[in-house]
Design a binder for this molecule. Structure first.
Ligand code: UD1
Ligand code: CA
Length: 453
């Protein structure tokens, strides 16, 4: 099959002034991931040998986010933002011995489709420079693609365009594919003698044509080239993402009676015949297998729900939660860093954190793993077929053996042997007639107070 070595260059140095934010624009989250991670993910579908992110404004924060996502990424810095060609040039040293196709993406343009990038790589086999273009409903201030039949002659920025060029409706997305060495060679020739006094990356097209090289356009839908400049645009992009994710979930066989109230993250995976009730939020890192039910108003993050699980309503699954098949997690239950065995039930008002629970165990209402001593976190281990009485405080580290029981209201501070019943609460005492005397005394006192006032 067709193969070419790829390097990605993601431009992410701009300030994003119109976001009015201390956070660099490319770090604002979309579907739970920083904007530029979306561009990186689209590019990652090409299995690039190198990914170079050009950071500038907020470079330290951008570097941290990028390395957190993929530690193999190269982050280079553009100290002054002198234009897109100057930004791309910062990747030159990193790619100096790379012999393949460089693809330049924008960090603020999250929706470019992997298939579109693949089409560009394909076209790059026959053309020296490939530009991603789109038919703009409102071309506004986009760069215009000046074509002669199928040949791309040059790109003119709106500010520099003649009236005739401004009438062109096919526009530059900013994404460019070109042999890496050639790209940097062409960039060397780019000047800043233009309306913005910036080094324009799109100038590589005219310069390539002047050398008799071939340039062409791959077209995509305008929705793929959507760039984010303002918080309102970020919200619209989120809505667009969610609409597509919901549609995808339907196609994957997920039932959602109120899809508009369900929110997905960039990496949510949900299996066939799973039901997602209204007002469920999937934060990053969630996989739900088939035939599960996520009931209304639940929030899931960094967790795995195996087949047949029933979660919620009003459940919160936090990172590190691993549920085996047919687990039930009921209302107002929070779990974190917890492995729960097959068929186990935690149905009401519980906190289960830093814990391992066996199979077919039942955890009574109000039970809490006291995992934090104020300084350190400790683990709770509960075996198979255990019955934890309601409102048990399990003071970790603690181990409850298989087939054991705890009495309701117990504060369990030491390990419980298999098959044992542990009771750790004050024994009940009963004083006959005492309630009647107390009531009489209290009512007399109240009557005395009312006379006095
Ligand atoms: C650019 C294109 C324009 C295209 C449009 C599509 C140029 C000169 N123009 O214009 O043809 O229609 O995108 O949205 O390329 N950046 C840096 N360093 C810089 C300058 C920019 O990293 O010195 C980054 C920005 O952070 C941003 C991207 O490059 O992610 C695009 O820059 P921007 O200034 O938004 O370019 P446009 O004016 O939109
Ligand atoms: Ca822009």
């Amino acid at each position: 099959s067709f193969h070419m070595d790829i390097a990605l260059v993601v431009l992410a140095a701009g300030k994003g002034t119109r976001m009015n934010s201390d956070l660099p624009k490319v770090l604002h989250p979309l579907a739970g991931a920083p904007l530029l991670i979306h561009a990186m993910q689209a590019g990652a579908s090409l299995s690039p040998l190198h990914t170079v992110v050009v950071a500038g404004h907020g470079a330290d924060a951008v570097r941290a986010a990028v390395l957190d996502h993929d530690p193999a990424t190269h982050v280079v810095e553009q100290i002054e933002q002198l234009g897109t060609a100057h930004a791309a040039a910062q990747a030159r040293d990193t790619l100096k011995s790379f012999d393949g196709t460089a693809i330049v993406l924008f960090g603020d343009t999250p929706f470019v489709h992997p298939d579109t990038l693949a089409a560009m790589v394909q076209a790059q086999a026959d053309y020296d420079v490939v530009v991603l273009g789109f038919e703009a409903a409102d071309p506004a201030r986009y760069g215009r693609l000046v074509m002669a039949d199928d040949i791309l002659e040059k790109i003119v920025e709106f500010k520099d365009a003649t009236d005739a060029e401004r009438a062109i409706t096919i526009c530059n997305s900013g994404v460019i594919a070109c042999n890496s060495a050639l790209l940097f060679d062409l960039i060397d020739e780019i000047g800043n003698d233009n309306a913005a006094q910036e080094y324009y990356l799109p100038d590589v097209v005219g310069l390539a044509r002047a050398r008799g090289l071939k340039a062409t356009v791959v077209r995509c839908d305008e929705s793929e080239t959507l760039g984010i400049n303002t918080r309102a645009e970020l919200a619209s992009a989120e809505a667009a993402f969610q609409a597509r994710a919901r549609q995808q979930a339907f196609e994957d066989g997920v039932t959602m009676p109120a899809p508009d109230t369900v929110y997905f993250a960039f990496d949510t995976v949900i299996g066939r015949d799973t039901v997602v009730e209204p007002h469920v939020v999937f934060a990053p890192g969630v996989t739900v297998e088939s035939r599960a039910t996520i009931r209304a108003f639940s929030h899931l993050e960094g967790c795995h729900v195996a087949r047949g699980g029933v979660i919620g309503p009003y459940a919160r699954l936090r990172p590190g939660t691993e549920l085996s098949e047919n687990v039930r997690v009921g209302n107002f239950v929070e779990m974190k860093n917890a492995r729960i065995g097959t068929g186990t039930k935690v149905n009401h008002l519980s906190y289960i954190g830093d814990a391992t629970l066996g199979e077919r165990t039942n955890v009574g209402a109000g039970t809490i793993t006291c995992n934090y001593d104020g300084v350190m976190k400790h683990h709770t281990h509960i075996g198979d077929d255990v019955f934890i009485g309601s409102n048990t405080m399990l003071v970790a580290p603690v181990h409850i053996g298989d087939h054991a029981m705890t009495g309701s209201g117990s504060v369990i501070t030491s390990d419980v042997e298999p098959e044992a019943l542990a009771l750790a609460r004050a024994p009940q005492i009963e004083k006959p007639g005492m309630a009647k005397k107390l009531f009489a005394m209290l009512k007399a006192k109240k009557a005395q107070q009312q006379r006095g006032s």
